[in-house]
Design a protein around this ligand. Structure first.
Ligand SMILES: CC(C)(COP(=O)(O)OP(=O)(O)OC[C@H]1O[C@@H](n2cnc3c(N)ncnc32)[C@H](O)[C@@H]1OP(=O)(O)O)[C@@H](O)C(=O)NCCC(=O)NCCS
Length: 207
């Protein structure tokens, strides 16, 4: 998918200029270093490898925030796991992760990454889902509680066109702060919208 769209913007932050780029390819990610504080999900070396793997997927889309030769934030999309109920939808992408290095947070970088990614026309051909699980949140670093963290994320995603969606997915129901967000691409017809509604509630179909 990467070849369909290429973009780069220079973004001024109080910490200096930051480039927002994507979709980026594996080789480009490999040529950069990764900020040592991008460790919310896994250690930075493994995180860089994970981004390279996603960039290599046929559907994978990786956007980065770069300062000099260093990745200081990223956002990626891929198909949902084939074991997940969402994989049964014919036009679905999952926003896998978004992270900004701690010293660069609260400068609008995550918002810029999202805005840049959703300028990509390809997004209008997909339902994009986000599974937000509280255990991935940096409560300690941000000093926010579950509810304020969820509020912060919801505000950030809603601006880009996401809406919270109720579901009986046990992984979401496992904790009251978890949430599912969905963004329906403009080019999708009613059948695709109906399909995501049906997938949201599956337990009633289980005997
Ligand atoms: C969530 C995260 C990506 C936000 O990155 P960021 O670059 O700081 O976000 P932005 O600067 O674009 O801010 C987005 C909004 O959230 C608000 N916000 C961000 N951090 C906040 C904080 N610690 N406290 C209160 N509000 C906060 C901003 O004020 C902004 O709202 P505004 O535009 O109305 O002012 C970042 O905190 C992070 O990497 N967290 C760890 C990983 C994570 O939780 N990812 C999401 C789950 S996959």
């Amino acid at each position: 998918m990467a070849a369909e769209f290429k973009n780069k913007i220079e973004f001024d932050t109080p910490g200096g200029p930051v480039a927002i780029e994507g979709p980026v390819e594996r080789e480009y990610i490999a040529s950069l270093t990764i900020d040592e504080n991008l460790s919310n999900f896994r250690n930075p070396t493994r995180q860089k490898e994970a981004l390279m793997i996603v960039a290599d997927l046929p559907e994978g889309l990786v956007y980065i925030a770069r300062q000099g030769q260093t990745i200081i934030g990223y956002l990626n999309f891929h198909y949902p796991s084939r074991y997940s109920r969402w994989s049964r939808h014919p036009r679905v992408l999952e926003l896998g992760a978004i992270e900004v290095s701690r010293q660069w947070q609260r400068k609008g970088i995550a918002t810029a990454l999202l805005q840049e990614a959703f300028k990509n026309e390809v997004m209008e051909d997909y339902v994009v889902i986000i599974n937000e699980f509280h255990q991935h949140w940096d409560l300690k670093g941000t000093k926010l509680n579950f509810w304020n963290y969820r509020k912060m994320l919801t505000k950030m995603y809603v601006r880009i066109g996401f809406k919270r969606k109720h579901t009986d997915d046990p992984e979401i129901l496992e904790h009251a702060a978890n949430m599912l967000l969905v963004r329906i691409g403009k080019n999708l017809n009613e059948a695709y919208v109906k399909a995501i509604d049906e997938l949201a509630y599956q337990q009633s179909l289980v005997e």
